[in-house]
Ligand binder design. Sequence first.
Ligand code: ADP
Length: 551
Amino acid sequence: MQSRKQGPILGQMMERPLLLSSLLRHAERYHADTEIVSRTLEGGLHRYGYAAAASRARRLAKALERLGLQRGERAATLAWNGYRHFELYYAISGGGAVLHTVNPRLFPEQIAWIINDAEDQLLFFDLSFAKLIEQLAPRCTTVRHWVALCDAAHRPDIAVPGLLCYEDLLAAEHDDYEWPEFDERCASALCYTSGTTGNPKGVLYSHRSMLLHGYASCLPDVFGFSARDCILPVVPMFHVNAWTIPYAAPMVGAKLVLPGAALDGPSLCALFEDEGVTFTGGVPTVWQGVLQQLRQTGRRPRTLRRGVIGGSAAPPALVETLARDYGIELDHAWGMTEISPLGTYNKPKAKHAALDAAARRALAAKQGRPPYGVEMKIVDGEGRTLPNDGVAVGELLVRGPWVVGQYFNTDAPTLRDGWFPTGDVGSIDADGYLCITDRAKDVIKSGGEWIGSIELENLACAHPAVAQAAVIGVAHRKWDERPLLIVVPKAGERPTREELLGWYQGKIAKWWTPDDVVFVEQLPLTATGKISKLQLREQFREHRLPDGESG
Ligand code: ADP
């Protein structure tokens, strides 16, 4: 008797590796004249189509080979969002080396530490960082060449050995280069977390992880990008892959607008209008700048109707004002460097159409639900999984093909039982919507209970006289910590302490009400443009609470 064949049987489809170079090849072939527009540091706008961008990226890939950059070696960038940075994204990764995007807003010591940890061989920098490069060069011994992102006429006058000009490198090459094929699991890019505590940690993405993440980010319930979009990433290309936009735009053939170093409200709004931007994304402080500019001009943008807000909790008052007064619908998203960054995205489900306006606003204030590819759970202090009932609050753990498995250059375990502990605290409801109450290290611990700073901040921001607000815990003899509200009033407004504390009445449990309010002109920001709780805690360490029990 003939025995039946045992065991699994392999599929018989092509095994084409998921490589990032294939994105640019696609855009070159099928969206050749779709534009990439960049505000340059030399002044003015630069524009070309995907075909020209791809041709230059291939010339750059040849130049990298000529400079001796080997597969797997790291090449760093210290650059704003611009077309040369876009070319570097593809030439470095596409050729098999690793693109290391460095955040120039970090302290020079941290930057040097990161470059040495990554053992970067080449470093490409925008002209605005020339002085910084002079400081870094003697400390970064692995870097063989420092390449200024300009032509010979703009070459910076700095004393750096091995200084080269980007345009000279390209001028010496022809574009007859074939993108190599290799294992899709090879590393494509490296990005360090900002390391608010301890040294920054490196996250090493792969071609496969970035490509899958790119697909997910284009889904209709995420960014929903198409070839009819014109996308302006305000989020920098040195901050978690600019939330994947440099990969997602060529994937769908969308026009890309890169704002360079001018991230203020007036400069951004000018680009929105002149280039017909349909989608943009940034952290809440960026959107606050945009709102201020819109208020000044009093006009609705011509084409901008959608955007994403994330990186820190989106104040609902800001989101509502932009929708009501200026017709811009912002989606709330949550993510982190370790998740490439897409973790959750907030779009309603069909059943939510029946909700009244208040319930819909409450839902939209949450961080959203995971797209296919991300799994998440919350656990208590003993690691026990808590229910997804929208009430239980615990530490958030995630896993998926674009979630970090192991930090770069360290043997210390990154995962807990196969899950990545995010350090964020929140609840998940039955529909999968995540509500972050705080970062574990920002939670205010009062009398053995937790007070979430995000809700207190969101409420304060809804007060008509408040422009920005932050809540931190200050030490208290009896309760351990009590909340302190720090407020930047709107221009021309002078809210009082009593008025703001009274505002909380009936909106939260009484014991959550902050013990005191201080008024400041501005709030300190982190290197990624978020409000720095760490700096605020240092600044107000000695703050005396009215009950005299501080410290
Ligand atoms: P960093 O800000 O430290 O440079 P990340 O951008 O990776 O690095 O920050 C990720 C963290 O930002 C998350 O762990 C979370 O605490 C916070 N975060 C991101 N998006 C949101 C959001 N929508 N709401 C609340 N917190 C957020």
